[in-house]
Ligand binder design. Structure first.
Ligand SMILES: Cc1cc2nc3c(=O)[nH]c(=O)nc-3n(C[C@H](O)[C@H](O)[C@H](O)COP(=O)(O)O)c2cc1C
Length: 347
């Protein structure tokens, strides 16, 4: 099916959604949580912190997930733990995402997620980075389906929150789908509230096209369950195309939403047949100023370093992206951040 006409992909966006067509957006459920907009920010390590989640939510996102949190890290004190578990009354519903490989430690960490006030626990069986795989975490669990299921069961037994699972399609490109189906079926049997499918192999990391047809097959196999699709949702039109072509209940937006927290509002516009909202420069400036000052509360004197990577993404919306990108890369302080805004973001 890859590259076929049924699955509309980036290459033929001209056939994708355009203002004047409408698309019915349906709310979806994560256990008892009802989420109005079926397009949600995906967890992104290094980005999905409290500041970013609040921004997405203020601009229309109805459900967020934290970046992955190492189970052990939540069980000890320290600055990293303190930052990772920060939430806020406006930061709901949000799932806390855990990565680890010991059912008991994962269950204890899920208890912390509950105590802190997050609304669901998401389990990461998808991370492809070397550090995670070498420690048999994240995507490595696709090689150990029985251990993956033990983790799910242990977390389900330890907290009364909805539990969701993020899964890649397979470990290696040459593998069959068996481990995926074993974990997915076992997860739902154990009471998981949803599965998010990133339709690439662990080996592929983020390269190559995501296999939307595989996502569609997951929804066909579990028609009554909540399935969230992930992979190659780069524009609001892609989000609607994934909903329509795969039948999933919701779509998670990752790289396509970075630097554009208006994405969620734009999806709602497009679905209603309106031209997607485009913020002016002064509105972008206001948002970026808020983002920096909120991030200071999380990162203190490391804020400029953290915000540079957001600046690089924000620059993509500017009419002169190359220049603005270089200016953000050079930022070393809050004053310098504000002077980039002053210089480039005045109408
Ligand atoms: C920089 C980066 C960080 C990510 N961090 C996480 C993470 O912490 N947890 C997770 O489940 N997925 C993580 N992902 C995967 C995304 O959530 C998403 O599934 C993937 O990028 C596919 O979507 P895309 O092709 O639309 O970007 C990350 C992806 C990127 C690019």
């Amino acid at each position: 099916m890859e590259g076929g006409t049924h699955f509309r992909r980036r290459k033929n966006r001209a056939n994708g959604y355009t203002p004047c067509m409408t698309f019915p957006l349906r709310p979806f459920q994560i256990g008892p949580l009802r989420i109005e907009l079926p397009v949600v920010p995906a967890p992104l390590a290094g980005y999905s912190d409290l500041s970013y989640r609040l921004l997405c939510r203020r601009l229309g996102a109805g459900y967020c997930t934290t970046e992955m949190m190492l189970d052990k890290c939540l069980l000890v004190g320290g600055k990293l733990r303190k930052r990772l578990i920060q939430t806020h009354q406006e930061d709901h519903p949000t799932a806390g995402q855990l990565i680890g490989n010991d059912p008991l430690v994962m269950a204890a960490a899920a208890g912390v997620i509950r105590e802190v006030g997050f609304n669901a626990v998401d389990i990461n069986f998808a991370c492809p980075v070397h550090k995670a795989l070498s420690r048999k975490r994240g995507g490595y669990l696709l090689k150990q389906p029985e251990l993956a299921l033990e983790i799910i069961r242990a977390i389900r037994a330890s907290v009364d929150l909805p539990v969701t699972v993020k899964l890649r399609h397979k470990f290696r490109n040459s593998d069959d789908d068996e481990a995926f189906w074993r974990i997915a079926e076992g997860a739902f049997d154990a009471g998981a509230a949803a599965i998010c499918v990133h339709a690439r192999s662990v080996e592929s990391k983020y390269a190559g096209a995501a296999q939307w047809e595989f996502i569609a097959s997951v929804k066909r196999r579990f028609p009554g369950r909540t399935i969230i699709g992930s992979g190659d949702v780069m524009s609001p039109a892609d989000a609607l195309a994934m909903l329509e072509n795969t039948g999933v209940d919701a779509v998670a937006v990752a790289r396509g939403g970075l630097g554009n927290p208006w994405f969620f509002r734009q999806v709602a516009d497009l679905a209603a047949g309106r031209t997607p909202y485009q913020p002016g420069l002064s509105e972008q400036r206001e948002l970026m100023a808020w983002h920096f000052s909120h991030a200071e509360g999380l990162y203190g004197n490391r804020t400029a370093k953290i915000m540079r990577k957001f600046g690089i993404k924000y620059a993509r919306m500017h009419p002169n992206p190359g220049k603005v990108r270089s200016a953000f890369i050079a930022v070393r302080s809050g004053e310098e951040w504000n002077s980039v805004l002053q210089q480039f973001y005045t109408e």
